[in-house]
Design a protein around this ligand. Structure first.
Ligand code: C2E
Ligand code: MG
Ligand code: MG
Length: 548
């Protein structure tokens, strides 16, 4: 034991009775320090004390020891991983335990290295194909759950072979390392950058639709705008990129990689130092989108948005008891652009948040202005996009719009779609309740086109259902639409909600809806969306009141 190249000790009553020279040397103590004075807990990192105490109990109950790992603590406070093996024994005629302790630092380093070799590219330290595949499986699961997209970018250096051929492989290797470092600094933490070998790099980026992927592709190409300083050489190199989007261009990594690779070759064909999408329509669509996106930003800055208002009519009395605010884009060259053309781009790019904030403030201001003119108070209904509703601070934003306009909360109604509120219904319940507590009214827009859980419908503080225009459209001719509309009306009644029919265009539709017992309506039959002055006029004249 004196000569053994492992630590050996005897333990009794929680004190060391014997320690061999290897053990004292390992921890930096003397034999005199340890014998009778110290116990195992003095040699172990504090966070593992509970575990070690448990082990000692087991040993003193005569249970045979297992080997276990601890974080060993030296006299100078440094730590190292150790493997301990204890066994019950007898010392001086009384129960004791005998243990051996092994420093396993070098095994640990080797294990780590093996893990790295298996998952990481040796040259650049980036994840390799194996780890990429593993991470991609997780991304896929999340994307499926959230119905979101993933961009897979295939990046290949242009003419890399020339570097290798003219300057040698070691310069080529160094260049690859430097490229990897630069690329790595561009991506987000949740993105995976991998090297497939050679001069091929892959990015897997969750939550990316085509327009956002375009931005990233630009930044990646930008990485190569500065020359690389390698071994005294100033090297200029460019890259070609191909982009595949899940689920559009493939449902698994292999297909997406293959298609991104095809797109990358197309980028090489059209002159290198550029990127291409796999789907050709995406190449043009993203251009339109990018144009649209920068135009939308400008529109917001230059006040090109306006609101029009459409009356909401009580069917029993014919009185206008509210209006819905509808956004329009007054483009200096193109004229009036309707929301169906730009709202989805605004949603995808996140611009919907500032735009939606503006709509809310402007609608509240206008509603208050009508009140101040002495017009009868009416409800102001404002559409809220899903992204906007889910952004943190939305409730505070609504409170702010009410406070700065001075509008009574009860006169504001937020229109949400089923898609917005039923997605993560439990989380949304909190936001809905907070809005409800403020006194704000809530309605479900385009009702019937999404899917609603009736259980949630009952729990949500929603006061109004708006039957989607598509059912009202063919009310007279399509018995199915008639059935759906009348079902929504009677369901709304049972749940004590107000039911409003959208898009009423004909007197016949109106008559049918009245017969069903629908409470309210909105549509061209009464009025198209119109200017604030037009609404003031309608509120004064109340032209739809049932004279009978
Ligand atoms: P929505 O909320 O369902 O609004 C009703 C749409 O139906 C409006 O279209 C309105 O002009 C149209 N409409 C009303 N009555 C009739 C009718 O009798 N016949 C026909 N054919 N159509 C009628 P608009 O203004 O083009 O808005 C379209 C959609 O854009 C809105 O649907 C809403 O989802 C969205 N939107 C409008 N303004 C905003 C806004 O400020 N924020 C957000 N997030 N979305 C908005
Ligand atoms: Mg609406
Ligand atoms: Mg609607």
């Amino acid at each position: 034991m004196e000569a053994a190249q492992v630590g050996i000790f005897v333990l009794q009553d929680l004190r060391f009775k014997y320690v061999n020279p290897f053990l004292t040397r390992l921890f930096g103590f003397t034999e005199a320090d340890m014998l009778e004075r110290m116990g195992p807990l003095d040699l172990v990192a504090p966070e593992e004390h509970a575990f070690v105490i448990e082990q000692m109990h087991a040993r003193s109950n005569g249970e045979m020891g297992h080997q276990y790992e601890i974080t060993a603590l030296r006299k100078d406070g440094t730590v190292f991983p150790a493997m301990v093996f204890g066994a019950p024994s007898i010392y001086d005629g009384r129960p004791a335990s005998v243990g051996t302790l092994l420093d396993i630092s070098s095994q640990k380093v080797a294990e780590q290295r093996i893990r790295e070799l298996a998952d990481y590219d040796v040259l650049t330290g980036l994840p390799n194909r194996r780890l990429l595949r593993e991470r991609f499986i997780q991304l896929l699961a999340a994307a499926e759950r959230e119905r979101s997209e993933i961009a897979v970018v295939f990046l290949d250096l242009d003419h890399f072979k020339r570097v290798n051929d003219s300057l040698g492989h070691s310069v080529g290797d160094e260049l690859l390392c430097e490229v990897a470092r630069r690329l790595d600094s561009v991506v987000r933490r949740i993105d995976t950058l991998a090297r497939l070998g050679g001069d091929e790099f892959i990015f897997a980026m969750p939550g990316f639709h085509a327009a956002a992927a375009t931005e990233v592709a630009r930044r990646l190409i930008d990485v190569f705008s500065r020359p690389f300083e390698i071994a005294g050489h100033e090297l200029t190199i460019t890259a070609s990129l191909g982009i595949g989007i899940y689920p559009h261009d493939g449902l698994d990594l292999e297909t997406l990689l293959k298609n991104a690779d095809t797109a990358m070759y197309r980028a090489k064909e059209i002159g290198r130092n550029t990127f291409q999408f796999y789907s050709s329509e995406m190449n043009t669509a993203t251009l339109d989108r990018l144009l649209m996106e920068s135009n939308l930003r400008r529109a917001l800055a230059q006040n090109e948005f306006i609101l029009q208002y459409q009356p909401l009519v009580n069917l029993e009395t014919g009185i206008v008891i509210g209006v819905e605010a509808l956004i329009r884009w007054q483009h200096p060259d193109l004229g009036m652009i309707m929301p169906d053309r730009f709202i989805h781009v605004a949603e995808e790019t996140g611009l919907i948040n500032p735009i939606g904030d503006w709509v809310l403030c402007e609608a509240c201001r206008q509603a208050k202005a009508w009140c101040d003119e002495g017009l009868p108070p009416i409800v102001m209904a404002v559409n809220v996009a899903p992204v906007q509703f889910r952004q943190p601070g939305f409730v505070e934003m609504v409170a702010g719009a009410l406070a700065s306009s001075g509008l009574e909360p009860g006169l504001l109604e937020l229109e949400l779609t089923e898609r917005t509120v039923m997605h993560d219904a439990d989380i949304n319940l909190g936001t809905l309740s907070a809005l409800h507590r403020m006194g704000v009214e809530l309605s479900l827009d385009d009702f019937g086109t999404g899917y609603s859980s009736l259980a949630y419908l009952k729990r949500f503080p929603v006061g109004k259902l708006k039957i989607d225009r598509s059912f009202v459209n063919d009310l007279e001719t399509d018995p199915d639409d008639w059935a759906i509309a009348s079902t929504i009306v009677s369901m709304g009644k049972s749940l004590r909600m107000t039911v409003l029919a959208e898009g009423v265009e004909t007197a016949e539709q109106l008559a049918q809806l009245r017969k069903m017992g629908c409470n309210m309506a909105q549509g061209y039959l009464f009025s198209r969306p119109t200017s604030p002055a037009g609404i003031a006029e309608i509120l004064r004249l109340q032209p739809f009141v049932n004279r009978s």
